[in-house]
Write a protein that binds this ligand. Structure first.
Ligand code: EPU
Length: 420
């Protein structure tokens, strides 16, 4: 298992280009199953999660090609059952359920297990598909779904923690080929869901209310191929901004869509980070000391749970007390123990992490536990004096494209150490 070796304390300086969004591209790749025509998807980040999804599509019989950030998929001949082992390994693969049902009337997908950030239930996915007349059986760890004809209906997809991103994606994809009209109430409004909706529209789907909590989908007989460019990754952009601010650097972010992470920018400014917008770029500097700042994660357009860990690494450098409240996933504080190994002072009380900052971070060997926790440790390592080794960075490779190369381009002293 590879690790990163980071010699911290170097302010990041220079320019960085943001890649395509992981969480937008995964369901968009699955959407190619909805048509026999070839689909071309552009600005696709080269991530292990993307490679996994392409393997899953191949195992279902689709032809795929991935070259220079462009994927082509032709799902002319596809079977309803794929490689269960592959499907089991990647949680995002749940989003093949809707397309398979729409195209074949049946799907068998392994039930995703919990993961370190929480139990990750899928009851809302199943509720939505059942509302479209799908019969669902859970047996031996598999979801067995069958439907004679998907039929539109009205379904409320809000759960305990708010709307569901991939659940909305699944139901929207199924509904685009269903008979009649489907209304999804309390739909997720995340930009990644809107991006999928726009991609489906480019394939001939009829979807109204994109970006709002009420999506109205009028089913069509067939969808056609598309040539579609994925939105930039807002979480990658926020990660680089936190890293720039943590090292007191001067970094220009290119190719992002700041309107997609307004809540994060607002909190960064409150924390004393300077953000200058110029000609489609963001310049990130930090003129003075950081100020303590409280955040609460929420569904879009609130502060995203996927930036909570990175923000914690940053705010642990602010003298004073900050409270970070995690409202989306019940145990997304796995980075806390590792940040504490680097000298952070954090106490967890239920969904709150109380961060007493200002003592600075010091280098230490740390272990990544999930994707965003890993990003937080990298930020900590970049800000700490001395050599930090971040183990198990395969988590990072799932969701950040060439992270160490991009950081090296900003002057960071970071290298990948193979094996362990
Ligand atoms: N939930 C239910 N029932 C369901 C589905 C979800 O109760 O059927 C709950 C979850 O337990 C959670 C909340 O609803 O408390 C939100 O979960 P959601 O379904 O929105 O999460 P997801 O679609 O499985 C996507 C991203 C996550 C991101 C979340 C929230 C992908 C591949 N994953 O997951 O990304 O944290 O939305 O924004 O799109 C990451 O990139 O690091 C990551 C974990």
């Amino acid at each position: 298992m590879d690790s990163f070796l980071i010699e911290g304390g170097v302010p990041l300086r220079g320019d960085v280009i943001i890649g395509g969004s992981k969480n937008a591209v995964l369901p968009i790749l699955a959407a190619a199953l909805l048509t026999k025509d070839p689909c071309t998807i552009r600005r696709v980040p080269d991530l292990s999660d993307v490679r996994f999804m392409l393997e899953i599509l191949k195992s279902l019989g689709a032809e795929t090609r991935f070259e220079d950030g462009t994927v082509t998929i032709r799902a002319a001949k596809v079977k309803g059952f794929g490689d269960y082992e592959l499907i089991r390994k990647m949680r995002g693969s749940i989003c093949i359920l809707g397309p398979l049902l729409a195209r074949f009337g049946q799907a068998r997908v392994s039930l995703p297990g919990g993961c370190v950030i929480g139990t990750r239930p899928i009851d809302l996915h199943l509720k939505g598909l059942a509302a479209l007349k799908t019969k669902i059986k859970i047996e031996n760890g598999y979801i067995d779904a069958r439907v004679r004809r998907l039929t539109g209906s009205t379904v409320f997809l809000g759960g305990r923690a708010g709307p569901t991103v991939l659940g909305t994606a699944n139901v929207m994809m199924a509904a685009s080929l269903a008979k009649g009209i489907t209304v999804i109430e309390s739909a997720a409004c995340e930009p990644e869901v809107s991006d999928l909706a726009q991609c489906l529209v480019s394939m001939g789907a009829r979807i109204h209310g994109i970006g709002s909590p009420t999506l109205t989908i009028t089913g069509v007989e067939e969808l056609h191929g598309t040539d579609y460019e994925v939105i930039p990754d807002r979480i990658e952009a926020c990660t680089f901004i936190c890293a720039a601010a943590a090292t007191r650097g001067d970094v220009i972010i290119h190719g992002s869509r700041p309107e997609h992470f307004a809540a994060v920018l607002d909190k960064l400014i409150e924390a004393g980070v300077r953000i200058e917008r110029k000609a489609g770029t963001l310049r990130v500097t930090r003129p003075g000391r950081l100020k303590p700042t409280d955040i609460t994660t929420m569904p879009y357009a609130g502060f995203p749970t996927d930036v909570q860990a990175q923000f914690m690494a940053l705010i642990s450098l602010a003298p004073g007390t900050s409270v970070i409240t995690e409202r989306i996933f019940e145990s997304r504080f796995m980075h806390v123990a590792e940040l504490m190994r680097m000298g952070a002072d954090v106490a967890i009380e239920g969904p709150n992490a109380i961060v007493k900052g200002g003592r600075g971070l010091s280098a230490a060997p740390v272990m990544a536990s999930d994707l965003r926790a890993s990003a937080a440790l990298v930020i900590g390592g970049l800000a700490a004096r001395g050599k930090t080794q971040v183990h198990r960075i395969y988590h990072l490779d799932r969701g950040y494209e060439r992270m160490e190369e991009k950081l090296r381009g900003l002057g960071a002293r970071i290298s990948r150490v193979a094996g362990e």
